[in-house]
Design a protein around this ligand. Structure first.
Ligand code: GLU
Length: 313
């Protein structure tokens, strides 16, 4: 057993930090994904933790051929070296099936064959996130045989304290509705896969974009049902363009330039409020990373859910 008193210079809370970056390989990395990669990397390295990479390639029709390899080469070119083997969600079907089975045994799931239109017609939501009203809770109606599997939610308040945004709470049944864990086409849903994988990899700290903060209470709910522990969460401001849209392939965010990483890393440090000294823009990668790790300060990150990315991207 490791005796803590023999490690006087280490903080007990950082002994087992395990962080991760979990891109969906739908295309090359852009400034917005670099923010999540750099933020999660710096937080892990600041706490002398490990930083893992997981490819969230769950949805074959959305995956771009060669994108996963391209992302890994880009991370390397930027000096973002990960620990251990890369995990691919496309190879983790057995683990997701087993978790679904456990939930099924608890009576927490039900089949649902509502079409998107039926769900939209019956929703109370005024936001783009449709709230499902539980039409199939008491059994599916005739018609379509294909069905999704939904998780029964309740109205207990699920709260967590984000390391940047502070307290965040949701009542899932009222604000989200019963949500899908296996889609009608047989594919597992992100919410299930992310929870199973974070637990299987022993992730202690999740650092990711604030577009996912709304999903975190669903993930905590699932962690509780599956008896997993809940990691610490830090949601970084989402990089948006002048129209307020998330930088993405759909909004035509340009790919990163792997031949000249320093200025792009410098802008990410600025975006994250780290106030890098201007000489750092011309420093080599080793110098840049050693400054960024030593000076990583979560309290300097703008505590906002979205932030305009410089128009150079
Ligand atoms: N795969 C998600 C994305 O690329 C990230 C999910 C997560 O970090 O939990 O936006």
């Amino acid at each position: 057993m490791l005796l803590v008193q023999n490690l006087p210079f280490m903080n007990i809370r950082t002994l087992s930090y395990l962080g991760r970056f979990a891109p969906s390989p739908t295309g090359p990395l852009h400034f917005g994904s670099l923010v999540a990669a750099v933020g999660s990397y710096l937080d892990a390295r600041f706490f002398q933790g490990k930083w893992l990479v997981r490819m969230e390639d769950l949805d074959p029709p959305r995956m771009a051929v060669g994108a996963a390899d391209d992302i890994l080469r880009t991370l390397e070119a930027f000096g973002l070296f990960w620990d251990g083997e890369v995990v691919y969600q496309s190879q983790r079907g057995e683990a997701y099936r087993a978790a679904l089975e456990l939930l099924q045994q608890q009576g927490a799931l039900y089949p649902c064959n509502c079409s998107r239109r039926e769900i939209a017609d019956s929703t109370l939501a005024t936001t783009p996130n449709l709230i499902y009203q539980g039409q199939c809770r008491n059994g599916i109606r005739g018609g379509r045989l294909e069905h999704a599997m939904r998780l029964i939610t309740d109205n207990n308040r699920i709260q967590f304290c984000d390391r940047l945004l502070g307290n965040y709470a949701q009542r899932l049944e009222a604000e989200v509705g019963d949500f899908v864990l296996r889609r009608a086409n047989g594919l597992f849903a992100y919410q299930l896969a992310v929870v199973v994988d974070d637990a299987a990899q022993g992730i202690t700290h999740v650092v990711r974009g604030a577009d996912i903060v709304d999903s975190t209470p669903r993930q905590i709910y699932l962690q509780r049902l599956l008896s997993y522990s809940t990691p610490a969460y830090l949601h970084l401001p989402l990089a948006v363009n002048a129209q307020g849209e998330k930088l993405s392939k759909q909004t035509l965010a340009p790919a990163l330039n792997i031949t000249n990483p320093q200025p792009q890393l410098f802008r990410v440090l600025e975006f994250l409020g780290q106030c890098p000294p201007s000489e750092l823009a011309r420093a080599n990668l080793t110098e840049l990373w050693s400054w960024a790790v030593a000076n990583w300060a979560v309290h300097k990150i703008p505590s906002q859910r979205a932030l305009l990315a410089s128009s150079q991207y």
